[in-house]
Design a protein around this ligand. Structure first.
Ligand code: CS2
Length: 491
């Protein structure tokens, strides 16, 4: 089967929208670290819309900091790939040309650093997931004993972490007298720009105080809120698309129709006019971030752990189970919604309904297991800040504690049928051994897990009510199974 590439792309003219600009006449203006499916369906999609409208020199050089998978996928395709946008009523295909090249850090760190240091690059953006920030999620400080940070401080010319690459590239620009680039975090962290700025400056300070001072004076780190549901692509997806297009596309991504990008307008260099293609450029992203992280991602994680334990593979299946759909609604209405300030012009009730419709989209096979990954890095901003706000306001915390109990049950590593769970989490081993140590005692198990300081702030770890309600849920989940336990409370 022929591959999608410059020579074959015109064969798709009748079924897909294609790049409407001269790709070879464009320079790259953005270098993106972490070119996974999410970036290709989100920031690259916005940028493509702008290139299609005639914008110049904003193509993207993508970089992977771990594997060569995306490079290999796009190598035979001249960087072209298809976005399959799938809603409840059908699907649309768009071939995207925004990605000029893909580099792989571990294969050639010097090449990646050179690309980042090129004056044409105005923005280094990143989606490296929560754990890619090498920080302590509870305090926001750089984790100086993180193996990649230890390595990068000793070998700044061949870094491994995003932080190491950013600081070394900024150093090259400083020494060459080149203008700084803007560092644009696009990960699901609250105050993502500020979190990144803090770890970058703490890291730079350890290398060279003058460099840290130069970064402080010359570089900006806007905050962003990013939103689009993009499940990991599977081989079945690729095969299905091949049947529909008559071409093989190894780099395809699947996404829902909905998309949102809110960006703090704080760039130290030129930027694309993303506001012309639907992004919102604002002075303050905070309210949007909180709303999205607590309502969307918070509910997503709740559905992922309870749904996985109840035996569901996909989020849309979880939403078809009335008990869990109701749980999601009550969680939003009674607990999370209480802590969220609605950004101007937003209708919160409509937003919550829309979220549940998005979760129910049967066209997306979004695995509960995928969302359940890296819980220790995700739950602070998804649940714990909400929990803290509810504790301070003496609000309801029952379902937040249920969420915690389901997570504790999950990281124990065995599901309700006795099958082992492939728990993917930087703290997986520690969490599992805490659970095993207190296998027969839910109260002790909850106390032990809540004492993990990298995840739980003292206000939560020491809260008697959080401990008691969570232990109670864990006992009920163990005795009755998660569905029956939830049903007993919500019906
Ligand atoms: C999900 C997110 O995997 C996860 O943890 O909650 O990737 C979610 O789909 C996106 O943030 C939606 O914008």
């Amino acid at each position: 089967m022929q591959r999608l590439n410059n020579n074959t792309v015109q064969m798709l003219a009748d079924v897909a929208s294609l790049p409407a600009y001269e790709r070879d006449a464009q320079q790259a203006g953005i270098l993106h670290l972490g070119i996974g499916a999410f970036h290709r369906a989100h920031q690259a999609w916005y940028t493509e819309a702008l290139l299609n409208k005639g914008a110049q020199n904003w193509q993207i050089i993508g970089a992977s900091l771990r594997s060569a998978t995306v490079k290999d996928q796009l190598a035979g395709q001249d960087g072209l790939y298809t976005i399959v946008e799938r809603g409840p009523d059908g699907e649309k295909f768009q071939v995207v040309g925004a990605v000029k090249d893909v580099l792989v850090g571990p294969q050639a760190p010097a090449t990646l650093l050179e690309a980042m240091s090129h004056p044409a690059i105005k923005i280094v953006s990143l989606t490296v997931t929560e754990k890619g920030y090498c920080h302590d999620p509870a305090s926001g400080n750089l984790n100086a004993s993180h193996p990649d940070i230890v390595h990068d401080l000793a070998n700044p010319e061949t870094p491994r972490s995003a932080i190491g690459y950013i600081v070394s590239a900024l150093n090259v620009r400083r020494l060459a007298g080149t203008q700084s680039f803007t560092v644009l975090s696009c990960d699901n962290l609250p105050n993502n720009g500020e979190v990144l700025e803090k770890v970058v400056l703490q890291y730079a300070d350890k290398l060279d105080g003058d460099l840290a001072a130069w970064i402080r004076a010359n570089t900006t780190f806007p905050c962003t809120m990013i939103d689009r549901i993009v499940p990991a692509t599977t081989d079945t997806d690729r095969q299905e698309l091949e049947g529909k297009l008559g071409l093989r596309d190894e780099g395809m991504v699947l996404a829902e129709p909905f998309s949102q990008w809110v960006i703090e307008d704080k760039f130290c260099s030129d930027r694309p006019a993303w506001e012309d293609v639907g992004a919102l450029l604002v002075d303050d992203v905070h309210a949007y971030e909180i709303m999205k992280l607590r309502l969307l991602n918070g509910s997503h994680s709740l559905l992922a752990y309870t749904g996985y334990l109840a035996g569901f593979d996909y989020v849309s299946e979880v939403m078809r189970e009335p008990v869990l759909a109701k749980l999601c609604q009550v969680f939003m209405d009674r607990e999370v919604g209480q802590t969220v300030q609605v950004p101007a012009g937003f209708d919160m009730e409509e937003y919550k309904v829309q979220l549940r419709e998005r979760f129910s989209n049967p066209g997306l096979k979004h695995r509960t297991w995928q969302i359940a990954m890296d819980g220790s890095q995700k739950i602070p901003q998804r649940w714990l800040q909400t929990l803290q706000a509810q504790l301070e306001g003496e609000g309801n915390i029952d379902l937040l504690c249920l969420a915690l109990a389901a997570w504790i049950r999950y990281v124990g590593g065995t599901d309700e049928k006795g099958q082992s769970i492939d728990v993917q989490d930087p703290l997986a081993a520690e969490l599992r051994s805490l659970c095993e140590e207190h296998h027969n005692d839910p109260v002790a198990r909850v106390n032990a897990v809540l004492s993990v300081e990298a995840v739980f702030p003292p206000a939560i770890a020491n809260s008697e009510s959080v401990r008691a309600i969570t232990a109670d849920w864990l006992t009920r989940i163990q005795n009755q199974g998660v569905l029956a336990a939830v049903k007993a409370v919500l019906s």
